[in-house]
Design a protein. Structure first.
Length: 292
């Protein structure tokens, strides 16, 4: 399944969880970390466990608390019996946290009779400054690795930044670097790269521009913080009709001349990287084609 939109939902609000279940989001992230106050975490686990159990068809992921806290194990023990699609891992120090989480999931899946290996891991890989120096370690880290995403707010707070975007809303250089490193690390690990949230949920045009830029750069999906953002994100990550038609022409040209290293199309010379990109576009278009 191609996941274009991951929607964060506070794990302590049954009302918001039910609203999210009716949204256009491809997957939900039931949040037990930043969206839930410390005193509310036990209650949130109970609400989240019931919701995930009753909405397995929605592709429910769970953002646990950081792996080096006691809350993380409590989150996992509470939620694993409901067989979530995956665990969103916040603030990892590096791939070693994902590896250790994978080993723990091996045990918990067996303990709670969950299909072995079925629980994916999506690290938010850039929230600690030191983690940026370990992104390459996600290559072959764990078979459970389902993607990589990134975050700027915690990173900015950690370095003492007074801003993370410029006046036009563009990422400042340190955070653009973190975004790029996440993208390249995901590509090296052969997993999807998921772009971070666009925080102004009232700015539809800004969100659309951000999502289109993400797809242009190579991200396969995006995080969302409001149900209304999901439809815009999903649409933005669909290849256009023109892209699909051009991709089909490229694939057909290479198929007609299988021994050629390059082909000409509309005055341009195209080589194997163009073929791979065209094949990806057609694969995405086919997999996201509406069911008849």
């Amino acid at each position: 399944m191609i996941i274009r939109s991951f929607l964060f939902v506070p794990g302590d609000s049954g009302r918001k969880l039910l609203k999210a279940a009716e949204s256009d989001a491809d997957a939900l992230i039931v949040d037990l970390e930043d969206a839930v106050a410390a005193r509310e975490k036990p209650r949130a686990r109970s609400i989240a466990r019931e919701f995930v159990s009753e909405h397995s068809e929605r592709g429910c992921w769970v953002r646990i608390n950081p792996f080096d806290t006691e809350d993380a194990l409590a989150d996992l023990r509470a939620l694993m019996p409901s067989a979530p699609a995956g665990i969103v891992l916040p603030k990892p120090y590096g791939a070693k946290d994902a590896i250790q989480l994978g080993k723990l999931l091996d045990v918990l899946e067996q303990e709670y009779d969950v299909r072995q290996g079925s629980t994916g891991i999506l690290p938010i890989a850039t929230e600690r400054p030191g983690a940026l120096f370990h992104l390459h370690e996600y290559v072959r880290a764990t078979d459970r690795l389902a993607g990589l995403t990134w975050g700027a707010e915690d990173l900015g707070a950690a370095v003492g930044a007074s801003a993370i975007r410029d006046a036009e809303g563009n990422w400042l250089a340190p955070y653009e670097l973190a975004r790029s490193l996440c993208l390249f690390a995901a590509a090296a690990a052969a997993v999807p790269a998921v772009d971070t949230v666009f925080t102004d949920y009232r700015d539809d045009e800004g969100l659309r521009a951000s999502a289109e830029r993400a797809r242009r750069d190579g991200f396969s999906g995006m995080l969302a913080i409001h149900p209304a953002q999901a439809a815009i994100i999903n649409e933005s990550f669909l290849p256009s009709r023109e892209e699909v038609e051009r991709a089909r022409r490229i694939v057909d040209l290479f198929a007609a001349t299988p021994d050629a290293g390059t082909v000409g199309l509309d005055g341009q010379m195209l080589d194997r990287p163009h073929l791979l990109q065209a094949q990806r576009i057609l694969e995405v278009a086919e997999r996201l084609k509406p069911e008849s």
